[in-house]
Write a protein that binds this ligand. Sequence first.
Ligand SMILES: Cc1cc2nc3c(=O)[nH]c(=O)nc-3n(C[C@H](O)[C@H](O)[C@H](O)COP(=O)(O)O)c2cc1C
Ligand code: SF4
Length: 502
Amino acid sequence: MKIYVPMDSAAKALGAEEVVCALRAAAPEAQIVRTGSRGMIWLEPLVEVEVAGVRHGFGPAEPSDVAGILDGSSAKALGPVENLDWMKRQTRLTFARVGVIDPLSLADYRAHGGLAGLRRALAMTGQEIVDEVKTSGLRGRGGAGFPTGIKWQTVHDADAPQKYIVCNADEGDSATFADRMLMEGDPFTLIEGMTIAGIGVGATKGYVYLRSEYPDAIAVMTRAVEVARAEGLLGPDVLGSGRAFDMEIRKGAGAYVCGEETSLLNSLEGKRGVVRAKPPLPALEGFLGRPTVVNNVISLATVPVIFEKGAQAYADFGLGRSRGTVTLQIAGNVARGGLFETAFGISLGEVVNELGGGTLSGRPVKAVQVGGPLGAYMPLSKFDTLLGYEEFDAAGGLIGHAGLTVFDDTTDMLGMARFAMEFCAVESCGKCTPCRIGAVRGVETIDRIAQGDADALPLLADLCETMKDGSLCALGGFTPFPVMSAVTHFPDDFARLKEAAE
Ligand SMILES: Cc1cc2nc3c(=O)[nH]c(=O)nc-3n(C[C@H](O)[C@H](O)[C@H](O)COP(=O)(O)O)c2cc1C
Ligand code: SF4
């Protein structure tokens, strides 16, 4: 008997280890394979029992469910996992193997299409690799949506004795966990993507800057790099090609701003994590002053499937200038939270109401913050906005790293605006005045509004304009979006308090 149980940290937090202990005690002969998570967090721990090659799900499993799971009589039986609506509606390209394979088995990885992309890339020139990424239309999944192929071209064209690939695995945005799930569930995909990037631009060394709050991802990635090196995927002769690429895992120390690429590079160099002025671009003067590709985990982990299936096959998915798939992370006050990979073009309302099933509290949805702490609060009137970079921009929103936090009608949006400003004040690196001082003044101004000071509202709008225009990076520059979206879309929450004071 073959049983699959995730070792993903979300599944573990929900009791996967206890379920595994109970399974081992009840069925010592069974083969238990630890996997990543399928992304249906409300069903975790999700136990899958293989019958005639088909995996049947049971969840959310508890130790007391084990007897029923083993004899098939459990009331938590879900049927074949691939037939579940959540799974069937997805286009899983980047996450195709997550939840399916043993994350640390290179043999399992190969058996599920792994390394096909790298083998194809190894037969190409650097320029052909860069062109393939350009054709795919891939844009950075870390936040800014910058075209990955153009970034790679700059590094490819730079003339330098050493170049680097740096993977941004700081994943500091609220409601986001795609990077973590990918690294815990399919680490070789990231290693393969970084290797293709290295071969493409002429970099022989890579670093994964991984947040310290992800101990499981750090452990899995560290082990995966060792396995990859031992099996000749990394090292001086990648898969016998004569080309070199190797990488290391580096631990971050918990500052949100260290996810900003230049701050990250400072931190990686052992310096204080403050933002660097641009230019020079990291692509020209990045890690240790050398040309450096800085890409998000999902951007890099999507590269193998682009090379495996072909750039055009990837580009065939999507909407407008947003090609391929987006890995939505649905969280907050939501009935069904988790990771859902789909082609760009789905509407926000469909994600929240149909996939997420509305709020967990059962109350009406009030707002959704999309794109982490720097993203706007989207009201119901914006629920027909389609998931696409330009489409969200036109609606005053931001896709960012595609995290969605759902709020119900009990949420006080003035409190949320204050939280956004306070977050900026706490996390500011301090390099520029509009952010360092502005965010502190912003909190004070929102407190004045809460006390019924009507003059403070235009002052807040003015301050936000200054932060937008004058901040050096997007922490100070984008905090006005959640703040002003709360003011604009939920004026009652600001007026009610004023009336109460009168
Ligand atoms: C304050 C701040 C925090 C950021 N945090 C992250 C992060 O945690 N992960 C990430 O990939 N990008 C983050 N970014 C975006 C990076 O600066 C950069 O655009 C990204 O790593 C580039 O990779 P991509 O092109 O693949 O998206 C952040 C940006 C800012 C301004
Ligand atoms: S906007 Fe804030 S975080 Fe960014 S450089 Fe200025 S002070 Fe630092």
